[in-house]
Design a binder for this molecule. Sequence first.
Ligand code: ADP
Length: 324
Amino acid sequence: MKKIALITSGGDAPGMNACVRAIVKSCLVKGIVPVGYYDGYDGMMNNRFKEMKTEDVVNIIQRGGTVLGTARSEEFKTVEGRKKAIESLRQNEIDGFICIGGDGSFTGASILGDEMSIPVIGIPGTIDNDIYGTDRTIGFDTAMNTVVTAVDKIKDTAGSHHRIFLVEVMGRDAGFIALETAIASGAASVLIPEERSNIELLAEDLRSQGKRRGNLIVIVAEGDDAGGAKEIHSKLVPLMEGYTLRYSILGHIQRGGSPSAFDRILATRMGVYAVESLLNGENNMVVGSLGDKLHLTPIKDAVSKESIPDLEHLKIIKALKTVC
Ligand code: ADP
């Protein structure tokens, strides 16, 4: 193997740069040329790339976002779009491909690899943590820490004004961020897409926990079946007479920032492992970390099997309910 292409694709996540650095450096050590394509599949289709050198990855381990850029591309989902990408990869004499991204990006990588007959390896980079075959995805730990820091600040004002705050966190389809940060921030309750939400029961629960005039936090995953924080706030207000409720949507701050030590280490280990896997003849696999050991899961399983948070954690939040 002489040349490996790499992209960051789909939603950005803190730690992607640490992973790019690890892939580039381990390629260079082994005499392989790493070719970084800009803006995911978009750059691949439009022949925008750079043969990466050590100086391209100096001082990026601590940077959030992705120096390669990322994008979503509908064109790449078409045969014609992928033909353009394949032309660029052939011109560059690419003989292996590493894709850092989520489910959609891995599906694209697998189709591309089959059409072009080159091996592909995926690395899970998403703050949502919703990839089958790994306990943790790159970026999840940093996003959780960002949420916890923000909620700590909201708790100061919630406490001072005796208010109940609904805090909306990212998670259109998955409640990992909501569930874990609810525990870490001492929330009174949490609403996640994996559990049916009942606003009347929530109101009852908050009233029983908030007899001393509020000062409670409810973490809401943006994809909860009862709606986002704004919608749930409007449903809750009429049921919570005597209490003051506010909501806060944390939004894109959850994607940014310098990656945590955990994410840097995970990203670095996964990057090195992906290059080794390609050299060992692996193909159509996603790198995962289970019980802190790295391993490979077939892409077809990683993209088709569901990854759901540990719902036992809901019991922890209930077990620690405020007793008034
Ligand atoms: P993520 O990788 O975070 O799940 P997306 O689902 O948006 O993000 O996928 C990223 C990109 O991967 C898409 O914009 C598209 O270019 C490519 N992709 C996704 N699904 C497919 C598919 N079924 N076939 C080919 N390419 C795909």
